[in-house]
Design a protein around this ligand. Structure first.
Ligand SMILES: Nc1ncnc2c1ncn2[C@@H]1O[C@H](COP(=O)(O)OP(=O)(O)OP(=O)(O)O)[C@@H](O)[C@H]1O
Length: 310
């Protein structure tokens, strides 16, 4: 398990990471969400021992990795936001070059280079110069480099920002497979809520250097409210029907909308049965019912007061 204890980073008077406690269990896929400047990059740079914390610890299975960086480096693969490749070389040459830096040699170097290129779906185009690749393909090569030494943990800093949809789809699918088929532990930072929802077992929400919420998607959503919104499409709502709805304990608000009525109801109440019963009694035909469940985006907005992509 990779774990931080009251991890902090100050840049002069600015607290970029403020006493963060976070853990990644083996085989888990964890999302780190936060608006610009929340401290995500600073935090993961410390996890990868690329940046020295002001205070606090990072441990791998109980061992302090900051005191002994040799512990974490072989275990961890880091995919930075920026593309760090030699554009005048081919993809194959790039990956092999980084493999040498990792200390791989001979047959093992060749095997790992091919395996990493295959993992990111670019083995068949490995002889092409990186400068001819799209931004998304270059990002995939960056990921291949991070996977070369078969790390147990991979940390990805917004790997799908600004790339073509095909590469984005490919990267998402690959991250899923890394977790499911190879049992890798993944820490994934993103501005795309739907990616984190799809990929991650657990999510940390970070703002102003602090972790302000954590849990599964469902747990985070349950923070939000004890209410739900229901939209009923009707022919015409009579005054009596509206009054009967308002008299229900679990129906908190009844307002009109263009196609019928909009209700605010208590969550987990048996409100649909009551609504249909009253509609029947008042001879109102209900054409459709839409129950709006809060999204993770709503939770994020609620907690931080900001949208993820301002
Ligand atoms: N080297 C540095 N010197 C001074 N301040 C820094 C430095 N690096 C980061 N900061 C500040 O620390 C805060 C956190 O920055 P960080 O890059 O970690 O945020 P982030 O969540 O990764 O943002 P983004 O999504 O934009 O990458 C910001 O206010 C940033 O300006």
């Amino acid at each position: 398990m990779l774990e931080t204890d009251t991890l902090r980073k100050d840049f002069k008077s600015k607290v970029a990471v403020d006493n963060v406690n976070l853990y990644l269990k083996q085989g888990e896929s964890v999302g780190l969400l936060g608006p610009n400047g929340a401290g995500k990059s600073t935090l993961i740079s410390m996890l990868a021992t690329l940046l020295k914390p002001t205070s606090g610890t990072v441990t791998w299975n109980g061992e302090d990795i900051l005191k002994n960086t040799n512990v974490i480096r072989p275990i961890l693969g880091m995919v930075p936001q920026e593309i760090a490749l030699y554009k005048e070389l081919t993809a194959y040459e790039n990956v092999k070059f980084f493999g040498k830096i990792y200390g791989l040699r001979g047959k093992r170097l060749e095997e790992r280079t091919q395996a990493a290129l295959e993992l990111v779906g670019l083995a068949d185009r490995q002889k092409e110069l990186v400068k001819t690749y799209s931004g998304g393909m270059q990002r995939r090569i960056n990921i291949a480099v991070a996977l070369l030494h078969e790390p147990a943990v991979i940390i990805m800093d917004e790997p799908t920002v600004g790339i073509d949809p095909q590469s984005r789809f490919y990267i998402l699918d690959m991250v899923k497979k890394l977790k499911e088929e190879k049992g890798m532990t993944v820490l994934y930072t993103s501005h795309y809520m739907e990616e984190v929802e799809k990929l991650c077992d657990r999510i940390y929400i970070m703002d102003h250097g602090k972790i302000i919420a954590t849990g599964s998607k469902e747990e985070l959503i349950s923070i939000l409210s004890s209410e739900e919104m229901i939209k009923l499409e009707l022919d015409q709502a009579t005054v009596a029907f509206k009054e009967a709805l308002r008299a229900q304990k679990h129906i908190l608000k009844v307002t009109a909308w263009e196609k019928g009525l909009q209700l605010v109801v208590s969550k987990n109440s048996r409100k649909l049965a009551a609504i249909f019963r009253l509609a029947e009694e008042h001879q109102i035909a209900v054409h459709s019912v839409h129950v709006a469940v809060p999204s993770l985006e709503d939770v994020f907005l609620h907690l931080t007061g900001r949208k993820l992509r301002d």
